[in-house]
Design a protein around this ligand. Structure first.
Ligand SMILES: *Cc1c(COP(=O)(O)O)cnc(C)c1O
Length: 360
């Protein structure tokens, strides 16, 4: 979280003030989600995000709950309704743990298949789109546009129309949402758990093209039916009000930083500094293909794995936290989301260089 956002939230924790500075006499957690005060907050959040990400008017912005993993079920439940019996088709490009999970979950609701996978290459690359096995009757094609665990990012989104597919592209952009602009002409639906780049856990963002509404399976729970949520402007049931408020402060902070194009330049600079340090060293390495290395999540490994504990211990002492790699891949990982300043990455690479000099 950006520090100014936390400080602002702390300052109005018990007495939120509106845009004109008029105190409401209560904190956001104490407001009815139908109050005029909260209505102003959720409308401001939607408007600011729409401007930041340049979301076209024919897309709905939904604030939901359940996180990214729940969307693995909610997406097929909303897009795979068919008149009569039979299972609709959905294709998945498997580039790491998250897209693999999405495919597994979707098999409960549709005929889900892998269109391409880089599992044979230990998820270090993105399979060539020209070779994707896309079915003509697929209701959607799913990609995880940033694989948080394996550190693999689509630097540009696939153009399904150019690949001969009419299916809408669904992206799980949980771990790089708002880190760069989005080309909405290529996207039908995008979803993200808020906790990586937008705010606290508990809020889920869904951006969905209007023509994809109205195709839910009968079993889709009403509170998870995009059509109902959209018709009620994300207030079909009580939304995660405090999470929406925190996200709106993050959106304001992003605007103050110059917007997502400016943040993208900073993210490129941060990631480049870290990758230069890794590639220029004899101790560290990152196995991901240069063309798809994530700018948000940088997994790296030590050529002498026995030094890992000492690396983490020294990092902790230097105030560099949460550098242990995900348990499924091991090693180390630096997550350098929007809120991580360049100075944070500079401190990390200074530590990495000094550790290599003294220990290796
Ligand atoms: C963190 C993450 C999720 C997980 O979402 P939950 O909110 O924990 O359900 C899903 N997809 C990606 C790409 C993630 O990084």
């Amino acid at each position: 979280m950006p520090l100014p956002v936390l400080e602002r939230a702390a300052s109005e924790m018990s007495n939120w003030s509106d845009a004109q500075g008029r105190p409401s006499g209560m904190g956001v957690m104490e407001m009815s989600h139908r109050s005029s005060a909260f209505t102003a907050i959720v409308q401001h959040a939607e408007r600011t995000l729409r401007g930041l990400l340049a979301v076209p008017e024919h897309f709905k912005i939904l604030f939901m709950q359940g996180g990214g993993l729940a969307q693995n079920a909610i997406v097929p439940m909303n897009l795979c309704g068919l008149p009569g019996a039979g299972l609709a088709a959905a294709d998945f490009v498997v580039t790491g743990s998250w897209s693999q999970k999405s495919l597994q979950e979707a098999t409960k609701y549709c005929s889900a298949q892998s269109a391409a996978s880089s599992a044979d290459g230990s998820f270090h690359r993105i399979p060539d789109p020209a070779a994707w096995q896309l079915r003509s009757d697929a209701r959607y094609v799913h990609v995880c546009s940033n694989e948080t665990i394996h550190g693999v990012e689509f630097h540009s989104l696939p153009d399904l129309a150019a690949l001969g597919s009419k299916a809408p592209l669904v992206i799980d952009f949980s771990s790089h949402v708002a880190s760069r602009p989005v080309d909405w002409s290529k996207v039908g639906l995008a979803f993200a758990g808020a906790q990586k780049n937008l705010g606290p856990a508990g809020l889920t963002l869904v951006v969905v093209r209007e023509d994809l509404l109205g195709h839910a399976l009968d079993i889709c729970p009403s509170a998870m039916d995009y059509t109902k949520v959209a018709a009620n402007a994300s207030l079909y049931n009580t939304p995660p009000t405090f999470g929406i408020y925190m996200a709106s402060l993050v959106f304001d902070w992003l605007v103050a930083q110059g917007g997502v194009k400016a943040i993208e330049l900073r993210n490129i600079e941060k990631a480049a500094l870290l990758f230069q340090t890794i590639d220029g060293s004899d101790l560290y390495f990152n196995p991901v293909d240069a063309g798809c290395r994530s700018r948000m999540n940088v997994p790296f490994f030590l050529r002498e794995p026995a030094l890992e504990a000492a690396f983490l211990q020294g990092a902790q002492e230097a105030g560099l936290l949460q550098l242990k790699g995900h348990k499924s891949v091991g090693g180390l990982r630096a997550s350098i989301y929007n809120a991580m300043p360049l100075e944070g990455v500079q401190a990390l690479v200074a530590y990495m260089r000094s550790f290599e000099r003294t220990r290796a």
